[in-house]
Design a protein around this ligand. Structure first.
Ligand SMILES: [Zn+2]
Ligand SMILES: [Zn+2]
Length: 373
């Protein structure tokens, strides 16, 4: 990376005196300050460059090193390009030029702050999601201290205005620099920006105004909730700070996998085994659903894998009266153990023509596939 010529940037000669450098810097800094320059796009870059050059050339040690090596080796020069806007550099210049104009950015006594939101993960069963449920939950959270009611001061005592910052929460420090007096503002170190001091802190919360306590709550889980459903319980998060409002509690739901039913959105699914004879002859079946057993009729000749859709027997929706469907898929079981009588009957069934597999289209397709062209 090419080294910047700091003398060139400030427009001074290599043997310029400290006073000449300071004068050149003042002139340029006022001219190129981003808030006064007419050329906004370039001003910030130029301003940084000018500051960078001045920081090096105004310091005899850095200047000597720069003259010898073309760099200061400590990150302040050599085109590091990330000249800070921190309170030690840019901020001071800002204060010098604009004094109190920058009111929006000034620190001030800290005001009320809303408490944090909390998340609680709750797992419910599919049946609970179907009917809705009431669950007791308990969790630790920062609540307003009930002894001092959040003030942080021992009951019967009061917080007193901070004498160091006169209750403003802000300290102003003036110091002399080559550029004139620079006033910086910072958060008051005595009261931490609160603007008041608690002489007798509440013993229960050590003056914090909040304490961690265990909280018990009853959560109403509405019917129809799904994985990822979120219940907001307003005002049950952490207590606010300095009389700020409390945060909210969010209960995130997950639904436990069910041993019998699957669920997709509002629809539910179940696999039901049926016997070979039920499938062949037809049968009246009783199949499980989330609201108990449901009677269905199996048509004669039902194939394995056939799904029956029971409309409106699935999950309810959380909002509205909509209901999903319940899908019943039958699986025809082939008997694995036959007693003597059953075996005889099945053999007789086979001999009576039951061995013929009546699916002509399948054999046609096989024939077509192997027919020579
Ligand atoms: Zn307290
Ligand atoms: Zn203070």
């Amino acid at each position: 990376m090419p080294t910047k010529d700091y003398y060139d940037i400030l427009g001074v000669s290599r043997d310029a005196s400290g006073d000449e450098i300071k004068r050149a810097y003042r002139t340029l800094a006022r001219k190129h300050h981003p808030d006064v320059s007419h050329d906004k796009s370039d001003a910030e870059h130029r301003f940084k460059e000018i500051n960078e050059a001045y920081e090096v050339l105004s310091d005899p040690n850095k200047r000597a090193q720069y003259d010898r090596f073309g760099t200061t080796g400590n990150g302040a020069g050599a085109g590091a390009g990330d000249f800070g806007f921190g309170p030690g550099s840019f901020g001071d210049i800002f204060d010098m030029f604009f004094g109190n104009v920058r009111s929006a950015a000034q620190p001030r006594a800290a005001g009320p702050q809303r408490g944090s939101d909390l998340r609680y993960d709750l797992e419910v069963g599919l049946e609970e999601a179907f009917t809705g449920a009431t669950r007791e939950i308990s969790f630790n959270h920062l609540a307003q201290c009930e002894i001092c009611r959040g003030s942080g001061a021992q009951p019967g005592t009061l917080a007193t205005p901070c004498d160091r910052c006169s209750g403003s929460g802000v300290m102003r420090t003036a110091r002399q620099t080559p550029l004139g007096q620079i006033v910086t503002q910072s958060t008051c170190t005595k009261c931490g920006g609160e603007g008041h001091v608690i002489e007798h802190p509440c013993q229960a919360c050590v003056g914090r105004g909040r304490r961690e306590i265990e909280r018990h709550l009853t959560v109403k889980v509405p019917a129809g909730v799904d994985d990822g459903s979120r219940i907001r319980i307003a005002g049950n998060g952490e207590a606010g700070i300095r009389s700020g409002p409390p945060g909210d509690l969010y209960v995130y739901l997950t639904i436990k996998p069910h041993a019998v039913f699957r669920r997709e959105g509002l629809d539910t699914y179940v696999d039901v085994p049926v016997s070979f004879t039920q499938a062949a002859l037809g049968a009246a079946l009783s199949v499980p659903s989330l609201e108990g057993d449901v009677a269905v009729t199996l048509a004669p000749g039902t194939q394995t894998g056939t799904t029956m859709r029971l409309r409106g027997r699935g999950m309810p929706s959380v909002r509205g009266s909509q209901r999903g469907d319940h899908h019943v898929t039958v699986h025809v079981l082939v008997p694995t153990k036959l007693n003597k009588r059953q075996r005889e009957l099945l053999e007789e069934y086979g001999n009576a023509g039951g061995d013929a597999v009546d699916d002509r289209s399948f054999f046609e397709r096989v024939k077509d596939a192997f027919r020579p062209d």
